[in-house]
Design a protein around this ligand. Structure first.
Ligand code: BGC
Length: 765
């Protein structure tokens, strides 16, 4: 008997009402802060003010060519405003004590890249996004804040909200993927998770949204490269997630490295003042990225003094590591090139952040050894990390119900990623303690239990070329090399595989093959691993590919030849056990891609919300002359946005709208019935898209406007409802006005962007 539940949770269409600035009256708390800061600033020398604008690194993770030196003496002189990449209450207390002995005793702010969890590392952000589970993602940020603040920190360089549509770009791993709407929702909940309701609480972190702006559109997917973008694309597709994070209250923002239409972001006054301050009304402070100020010299904007003045005047308040502000701004003031008011403004914003964090009340409020001992890597956090990881995996293929595996017989676990702990947590996991992370071999063995025998062989090196393997295993994420020939290593693995009932191949990218400075032009599984996979398939045994990936990968051959593919991204400290949970069916995979997987790298950038062109390819065609297509590959992706399978199946029926016209101030309701038609319970992510058929500007062929994640028992049905209002149909037109235009629209609903049902309506104004 089918059970019908009416799901009352309505998709929250809170897409902002344009980018208009919101003015707020000064409240008593703000007045109190202003009085305090006015009084403090009246005592500050110009050197002390400039000191507040100087952000130094404590050296636990360096990503640039320069590092900070003589930190302690600079702090003592009041020449430092903040420090990042230094952890533990002991070290932070010691450093803060130096600041407390400086003339004005202004506390330091302590930051770090707490990107996807702290010591309890969660899956990489791209994986977290694949859960489409906003409360879950918010909780990961909350747990991260709890742990990081227990270890002395009060500021995180997260969330990274750069829309990324080029799979070659390694930093696609650090964000939520290609979609503006989903990216904006995730940006908001992450800020909420970090900051909570009270920045001054000792268990919250100030968020630093990054990288402002358009970093994800770096040309050719090469890191730090130029971006050049129309205002239409910028306002409609790339800027909204930054705005959403700021509207959620993020206290700071980090400028990106890239050139934007001829002016690098760090010196881009239009971006940092006109858009950020005037249009959006942002009241927090702006930090450069790592040596972002001095890199303007290489961009060709002048010497250190010139670029420092340019950056400050554009709106970059804090200089990360370059020390251009520290060493040149005073002289620029003397020469009349920088006004003291510009230094005052920046200094005030940084002092305000410290005030909001409660650092003037108690500079040591984040330094509790007791908390560090009791609140980090707790059993509850680890349990949550394991459950979270399982919700991020995406089942790409599962022919003949190869998965889940039986808890009997022999499993051959083969591959260079099968027995390496340091490659489990993924990029930006600087705080992960590798000695506490199980390898896949260990995790799988634990989850499998006594009735399963697991045998293992390396099977291949990560990459045949030793040099390339060195680049791909940076930051201590080594995979020992086996110096035997490729054939010998494979032969040994095939022997092992022949003794098993099923083969699990742990292949793909090592953790540092995505992330910063890890762009790739070949986004497939490295060739030597593919040879291994082919040899394993030849044994005739069922093969499950457990794919480690920090980006969309090209898997055409694999999708045609391997019966089951589970994409596990980089799942954090408990990834190994979570992979076991899913492989054995203790957890049912429910993740869905938030980035399009191309057939080949030549299709990149490939994303679902593209424009139609004047010569679109007719749906049924693979190639048609004088149409917008390729000679050698269809326009289709390999796996579309929103795609992911489950161990059960879902049916979509009765898709209808409450009306076929929508008027301003009214709402339409879309209904769809989802039924679990399989044999096990499962979660489904129901997606709603719209298309604006006629506009004064061209509009994308589909735009995500809502989604809901529901849970269904076998045979159970639920009616999922979505509301659509005029607000949801707004976009920035060619005058950059945020409007909805009357006319015909389509609404689509489905399990991914490709396999949808559609209905029409009209917006009548
Ligand atoms: C990265 C930022 C990071 C910063 C500090 C830079 O290289 O681009 O994302 O926050 O380093 O570690």
């Amino acid at each position: 008997m089918k059970k019908i539940n009416f799901l009352l949770v309505i998709a929250a269409f809170t897409f902002n009402t344009g980018f208009a600035q919101q003015k707020k009256a000064v409240n008593p708390a703000q007045q109190k802060m202003n009085t305090f800061i006015n009084s403090l600033m009246s005592k500050m020398t110009i050197d002390e003010k400039i000191g507040q604008l100087n952000l130094v690194t404590g050296g636990e993770a360096n990503t640039g060519s320069a590092v900070s030196t003589a930190i302690e003496s600079k702090i003592a002189k009041g020449n430092v405003g903040g420090i990042f990449s230094m952890t533990t209450p002991a070290k932070i207390r010691k450093t803060q004590e130096i600041a407390m002995k400086s003339r004005l005793k202004i506390p330091l702010i302590f930051g770090q890249d707490v990107i996807h969890g702290y010591k309890t590392t969660f899956p990489i952000p791209l994986a977290l996004a694949a859960s489409w589970d906003l409360p879950l993602i918010e909780k990961t940020a909350r747990v991260a804040a709890q742990e990081a603040s227990a270890d002395g920190l009060n500021w995180t360089f997260s969330p990274m909200v750069d829309i990324a549509r080029d799979a070659r770009w390694g930093r696609i791993a650090e964000g939520s993927g290609e979609d503006t709407y989903l990216g904006s929702q995730i940006a908001k909940v992450m800020v909420r998770g970090y900051q909570g309701n009270d920045l001054a609480a000792n268990n919250t972190l100030m968020a630093c949204v990054k990288h402002f702006a358009l970093y994800g559109a770096s040309e050719a997917g090469r890191d730090y490269n130029t971006t050049d973008m129309s205002l239409d694309r910028m306002y409609n597709e790339y800027l909204p997630p930054y705005k959403a994070a700021l509207d959620a209250g993020a206290g700071s923002i980090m400028v990106s490295f890239n050139d934007i239409n001829g002016v690098p972001a760090t010196a881009n006054k239009w971006l940092l003042t006109d858009v950020l301050r005037k249009q959006w009304g942002f009241k927090g402070f702006v930090a450069s990225d790592y040596t972002g100020v001095s890199e303007l010299i290489n961009h060709g904007l002048g010497d250190l003094k010139t670029v420092s003045a340019l950056s400050l005047k554009a709106g970059t308040d804090m200089d990360m590591v370059s020390e251009g502000y520290l060493t040149t701004l005073k002289q620029s003031v003397k020469e009349g090139k920088v006004a003291i008011t510009q230094i005052d403004n920046a200094c005030r914003l940084i002092l305000e952040a410290k005030y909001k964090l409660g650092l003037f009340d108690d500079p040591f409020r984040y330094c509790s050894e007791e908390r560090a001992k009791n609140e980090i890597l707790t059993p509850e956090n680890l349990k949550f990390a394991r459950e979270t990881a399982a919700k991020t995996f995406v089942l790409l293929k599962n022919d003949n119900q190869t998965l889940p595996l039986k808890r009997s017989g022999t499993i051959a676990l083969i591959g260079p990623l099968a027995n390496t702990a340091s490659n489990m947590p993924g990029t930006w996991s600087v705080n992960a303690d590798m000695s506490k992370i199980p390898t896949l071999l260990q995790g799988l063995t634990e989850v499998a239990g006594k009735n399963v025998k697991i045998i293992h062989a390396l099977g291949s090196n990560l990459i045949a070329d030793a040099n390339q393997q060195t680049y791909a295993t940076a930051h201590g994420r080594d995979i020992p090399r086996d110096n035997r020939s490729e054939e010998e290593i494979i032969e040994e693995a095939v022997k092992t595989a022949n003794k098993a009932d099923v083969i699990v191949a742990a292949l793909g990218e090592a953790s540092e093959m995505s992330g910063e400075s890890s762009s790739r032009t070949d986004i497939g599984i490295p060739e030597t691993q593919k040879k291994l996979l082919a040899a394993l398939l030849k044994t005739g045994k069922p093969v499950v590919l457990v794919l480690f990936a920090g980006r969309p990968m090209t898997l055409k051959w694999e999708s045609e030849n391997v019966p089951a593919i589970l994409n596990v991204w980089f799942g954090g400290v408990e990834a190994a056990k979570a992979i076991g949970d899913v492989l054995f069916g203790d957890a049912n995979p429910s993740g869905k891609l938030t980035v399009t997987f191309p057939q080949n790298v030549g299709q990149v950038p490939l994303y679902y919300s593209h424009k139609n062109t004047g010569r679109p390819l007719a749906d049924e065609k693979w190639f048609f002359r004088f149409r917008s297509n390729y000679l050698d590959v269809s326009n289709e992706p390999l796996y579309p946005f929103g795609y992911g399978l489950s161990y059960t199946t879902f049916d979509y029926s009765n898709f209808k709208l409450s009306s076929n016209t929508l008027k301003p101030e009214q709402k339409l309701t879309a209904y769809v019935t989802i039924t679990n038609t399989g044999k096990v319970a499962g979660e489904e992510i129901v997606q709603l898209y719209t298309r604006d058929l006629v506009g004064t500007s061209t509009r994308p062929v589909k735009e995500l406007k809502g989604f809901q994640k529901i849970s269904l028992q076998p045979g159970e049905s639920k009616v999922v409802t979505f509301n659509i209002t005029e607000e949801d149909l707004k976009f920035f037109n060619s005058d950059l006005k945020f409007v909805a235009e009357a006319g015909d629209f389509k609404v689509f609903v489905g399990p991914n962007v490709r396999d949808v049902k559609e209905v029409d309506f009209k917006l009548v104004k």
